[in-house]
Design a protein around this ligand. Structure first.
Ligand SMILES: [Zn+2]
Length: 79
């Protein structure tokens, strides 16, 4: 997880760390990685190249975590 990306990625990082983790970068990073791995381990990803699979898993992780953080102000791993 980084904040050098486009505007969407930047605001995702802000919301996920500040809102869902009260500014704590470490658990946020850990939970982000767990989510990406979870999506990577799905059947659908087996057909893709590792690079493509990672890209898609990151996009899906971002969408999921962003939604929860925005809507409920929390992270699914923390609760
Ligand atoms: Zn968390």
């Amino acid at each position: 997880m980084h904040d050098k990306g486009n505007e969407d990625e930047k605001s995702f990082v802000q919301i996920f760390i500040r809102k869902a983790h009260r500014g704590q970068g470490e658990p946020a990073e850990d939970h982000w990685e767990r989510t990406v791995v979870e999506f990577l381990n799905t059947r659908e990803m087996e057909k893709l190249s590792p690079a493509k699979a990672t890209e898609r898993a990151e996009r899906m992780a971002m969408a999921t975590l962003w939604y929860t953080a925005k809507r409920y102000g929390r992270c699914p791993w923390c609760s």
